[in-house]
Design a protein around this ligand. Structure first.
Ligand SMILES: [Zn+2]
Ligand SMILES: [Zn+2]
Length: 220
């Protein structure tokens, strides 16, 4: 049994919601980091240096910054980067590879690592056991990350079973969807097709995870 503490209770809350709990953590942590940075740290030299080292924000976090709409904050965060590039002594230095990852990605990675370890360390707690035995919605990349983190055979077996259940459900839906797409028009009006309309989105969510927009962000 793991120690029941705040990260554990945060995780339990996430397990009650729809979709992959780890994708939720990734989205929420990115938003939280950028909101706090814009609010308090636009003049902080370490944040400005990190932004300079990473040569700006990644595409996903640039989208979050666009949605947060803080013109002055965004400009200030990029000032050190622009000065650094303008001071490059050579073309090679100007185009040199970034020295670090996007500062928001770095924070997200820490939050995700904590969440994944909390899940693995507490997997025998009743809340997690119940989640694993019902209908876990963890995406494939995060199932793989969980599997990589544990040597516990019981947990590995449960993760594999959860993965296979999701694959079988997808396979069944895809089969029905393709059959329905190939059917005649009168068969297409069958009400069963309704439930299949989102199978392509289910595929993308399972294999690539999901990104929520800034306005949807609620979780810790
Ligand atoms: Zn995920
Ligand atoms: Zn990023």
């Amino acid at each position: 049994m793991g120690y029941r503490h705040t990260p554990f209770f945060n995780l339990v809350e996430l397990l009650k919601q729809d979709g992959c709990p780890f994708c939720r953590t990734v989205n929420a942590a990115g938003h939280r980091y950028l909101r706090t940075t814009l609010y308090e740290f636009v003049n902080d030299p370490s944040v400005r240096n990190q932004t300079a080292q990473s040569r700006g924000f990644c595409l996903q976090h640039a989208d979050v910054l666009r949605a947060l709409t803080d013109p002055l904050g965004v400009v200030l965060l990029h000032e050190t980067l622009i000065h650094k590039l303008l001071r490059s002594a050579s073309d090679a230095e100007l185009f040199a590879a970034p020295e670090g990852i996007c500062p928001a990605c770095r924070y997200v990675e820490e939050s995700l690592n904590l969440q994944l370890s909390t899940f693995v360390d507490n997997h025998d707690e009743p809340e997690i056991q119940q989640y694993l035995s019902t209908r876990p919605q963890i995406c494939f990349p995060h199932l793989r990350q969980l599997a990589k983190r544990t040597r516990n055979k019981v947990l590995l077996r449960q993760l594999a079973a959860a993965t296979r259940r999701q694959l079988e459900a997808l396979d069944k839906k895809i089969h029905e969807f393709v059959a329905a797409e190939n059917a005649t028009l009168e068969q297409r009006s069958s009400p069963d097709l309704e439930g299949l309309a989102y199978v392509w989105l289910d595929c993308l969510q399972f294999f690539s995870g999901s990104v929520t927009s800034a306005s949807e962000e609620k979780q810790p």
